[in-house]
Design a protein around this ligand. Structure first.
Ligand code: FDA
Length: 309
């Protein structure tokens, strides 16, 4: 219930302004967001890579409603990829992008515009020797996102897809996407979705995650296990051993600022451990989804919204 209220706030302009203006909110933002500039993202990446972790960087932004804004997002990704290349980090850091930030919701051929912009980002990533993963957003966009991923993969077979275990359709999508070389990030799912399309109970989502994970780990692709849930991490490790999967054939992924000790543990055991690093000034929707994931974070939110200091 609380989670649902919070997620509905993720689109509230008024609450966004209050949160942005309250200085204590800054500390909360800093825990989950690496900074506002490309240099901040590169600096955070350097630190993570130095500690044995891999990185995927997300330039924050969604709900883009102007073409110029979508093009600016593309340009920011191109600059980021150049900066990673210059810093010698392209072998350890890829990028994650949201099609809504690239203009998918623009009137007319929004999906085509987002595809074209994503394609230029893939070209630059290819030249730098790294990869791109396309984030998954709310369920009304799942078909569109998977169709864009299919198009991109025709030229760039390494493009990663994201599947959300809470959606009832996802086991079937896992079967479709478990082919050779297919990079698939499996997460639980972070949006408020209706019962008709998504499991609502946490235990049902967890069980669905395990079913999906089995399909991906038994397939021929490259599963990316995006979860902080200790039980699911254990199950992932057990499935890899049971399926004789070398550690290089799958990876764990976690969010910047969440369970850093566990990230280091997995990396020190030889696992490929990738951290999702968001940066940019459009952090509001992302932050609210992170807060909604954990009741303890709500106290931090309440303090930051009510404090004047
Ligand atoms: P769960 O929420 O049950 O958390 C398990 C435990 O992890 C908690 O008990 C707590 O200890 C810790 N934890 C989890 N979240 C925390 C938080 N915010 N703060 C502090 N502790 C926390 N979603 C989506 O819809 N589309 C996408 O494209 C992506 N992409 C993505 C990439 C990567 C790399 C990750 C890790 C996650 C995503 N997600 C996502 C988000 C995902 O769907 C999900 O909302 C979160 O990962 C939380 O789910 P967990 O599997 O961690 O389990």
């Amino acid at each position: 219930m609380l989670r649902s209220v919070l997620l509905s706030l993720s689109r509230s302009e008024q609450v966004r302004r209050i949160a942005t203006d309250a200085p204590p909110a800054r500390a909360l933002v800093d825990r989950f967001v690496a900074g506002e500039t490309t240099a901040d993202a590169v600096r955070a990446t350097e630190e993570l890579v130095a500690s044995g972790r891999l990185v995927t960087i997300d330039r924050l932004g969604e709900d883009t409603l102007e073409r110029a804004h979508a093009e600016a997002t593309r340009d920011a990704y191109l600059a980021l990829l150049d900066a990673l290349d210059d810093a010698g980090l392209a072998g350890s850091a890829e990028v994650s992008l949201k099609l809504s930030a690239l203009g998918r919701a623009l009137p007319g051929d929004g999906e085509g515009i987002a595809l074209d912009l994503a394609r230029s980002i893939c070209e630059r990533a290819d030249a730098a020797g790294t990869s791109v993963t396309v984030d998954m957003e709310d369920h009304t966009t799942t078909d569109s996102t998977l169709s864009v991923v299919r198009e991109l993969r025709a030229d760039f077979p390494w493009v990663g897809a994201v599947l959300q275990a809470y959606l009832r359709r996802t086991e079937s999508d896992c079967r479709d996407l478990a082919g050779p070389g297919s990079r698939v990030r499996l997460c639980k799912g972070a949006y408020r979705e209706p019962e008709s399309v998504a499991y609502q109970e946490r235990s049902a989502v967890d069980r669905a995650y395990v079913r999906c994970l089995k399909i991906l780990m038994q397939g021929q692709g490259y599963p990316m296990l995006a979860t902080h849930d200790p039980r699911l991490v254990d199950i992932g490790e057990a499935l890899a051993i049971r399926g004789d999967r070398p550690q290089s054939s799958y990876e764990f992924q976690m969010l910047y600022g969440v369970r850093p000790e566990e990230q280091l543990r997995l990396a020190s055991e030889g696992h490929r451990m990738r951290v999702y690093v968001p940066f940019g000034d459009e952090w509001y929707g992302y932050l609210v989804r992170r807060l909604a994931e954990r009741p303890a974070n709500l106290t931090l939110l309440a303090r930051s919204l009510t404090s004047k200091g």
